[in-house]
Design a protein around this ligand. Structure first.
Ligand code: SAH
Length: 347
């Protein structure tokens, strides 16, 4: 028996054609599409304006693969880490981050990661596969529900800062964003979405060419090639110079300021030369800097820099008119903070 196709891999046009080919009205395709995305149906039986026979007919041809929230852990600060079970049993994590003024979903784009950043827990999980658009979309739907339950309002922001490298799953990530922002999906504004990348220059150029409307964040961590390459091996292939060109191109095309994510580690990038290099780099492209607190990973030997070094970074950036924010971690007690997503609840 051949395996049934996941119906959410079909476009609206595909669905319309499917019905036509089976001697039914094409508009049924629109109705089913609305159930699948806008109404988030996870089974055919809930499609109440579709006849029983048609629902059975769909059931005979398709499945609706969907995620399950397998486990939820709540931090003392209100952050919730969700272990998300995929249809094939693999697990990813997504995080609900509430603040007094807004809520944010941090979603995963791949199962595991292939990039081997030395300081990141996800890097220790082998990359198993890319997530499908619906699997990313479902994470947002699940966290939107949590936002409504725990904070009484809909989800405000989405960051692609969970497991995986979103630009290595380009097509599916963009498709998921299309559905998240479309009125046929969740109707959220792309301005509330931020995609974070290790900085793959060719893919950043492609994003610019595709004229995307969401925000871009780059995990920089150092503006000196030798230092960055040690922390992020991808820097050998996509150097700071390549990255800079792609970001200048991005800005020229989108007019959107780039956010650099930056952790300051003791003895690694906490010296004057590191700060000077960052300031010089930031001056070459409209950008701001988020100094992120380091979340220790077991036995990795890294240590957060002294507060004085971080304050020095802040002062120097500000002195050079570069916007800088200090980002404190959320959900640390449940390993839900940046770089801590490693399916610990399940191993
Ligand atoms: N692959 C993408 C998406 C992951 S985002 C990217 O690298 O941007 C996860 C963010 O957390 C990245 O900015 C990453 O550099 C940062 N991070 C990883 N490990 C961390 C750790 N142990 N402490 C603090 N931040 C970390």
């Amino acid at each position: 028996m051949s395996e049934k196709k996941d119906i959410r891999s079909l476009s609206k046009e595909d669905l319309r054609e499917f019905f036509l080919e089976h001697d039914q009205k094409a508009f049924r395709g629109n109705q089913v599409y609305e159930w699948l995305w806008h109404k988030g149906a996870h089974d055919f039986d809930s499609m109440t304006n579709i006849s029983k026979e048609t629902r059975q007919f769909l059931e005979d041809h398709f499945v609706i693969n969907h995620i399950e929230v397998d486990d939820m852990q709540q931090s003392s600060d209100g952050t919730i880490k969700n272990a998300i079970k995929l249809h094939d049993g693999l697990i990813v994590e997504s995080v609900f981050i509430p603040t007094p003024t807004r809520t944010t979903a941090c979603v995963s784009s791949q199962v595991g990661c292939s990039l081997n950043c030395t300081f990141c827990a996800t890097a220790r999980l082998k990359k198993m596969r890319n997530l499908n658009p619906d699997e990313i979309y479902d994470q947002v739907v699940a966290i939107d529900r949590q936002s409504r339950v725990y904070k009484g309002h809909k989800l405000n922001n989405i960051v692609f800062m969970g497991m995986g490298e979103p630009l290595l799953n380009y097509k599916n990530v963009l498709k998921s964003i299309e559905m998240i922002t479309s009125d046929e999906g969740l109707g959220m504004s792309p301005r509330r979405i931020t995609l974070s990348t290790v900085g793959l220059h060719k893919m950043i150029m492609k994003l610019a060419d595709d004229e995307v409307k969401f925000n871009l964040a780059v995990s920089l961590h150092s503006a000196i090639n030798e230092v960055r390459s040690k922390m992020m091996p991808i820097n050998d292939k996509s150097t700071l110079e390549d990255l800079l060109h792609s970001l200048q191109y991005w800005y020229a095309k989108t007019n959107k300021v780039i956010t650099f994510e930056y952790v300051v580690w003791k003895g690694i990038n906490d010296k004057k030369k590191d700060i000077d290099a960052l300031v010089a780099y930031c001056k070459k492209v409209p950008s701001k800097v988020n100094l992120i607190e380091y979340n220790a990973i077991e036995e990795d030997g890294f240590e957060q820099a002294d507060p004085a070094a971080i304050a020095y970074y802040q002062r120097e950036l500000e002195r050079n008119q570069i916007t800088v924010n200090i980002r404190h971690s959320r959900g640390k007690d449940i390993d839900a903070a940046c770089g801590q997503l490693a399916n610990k609840t399940t191993v």
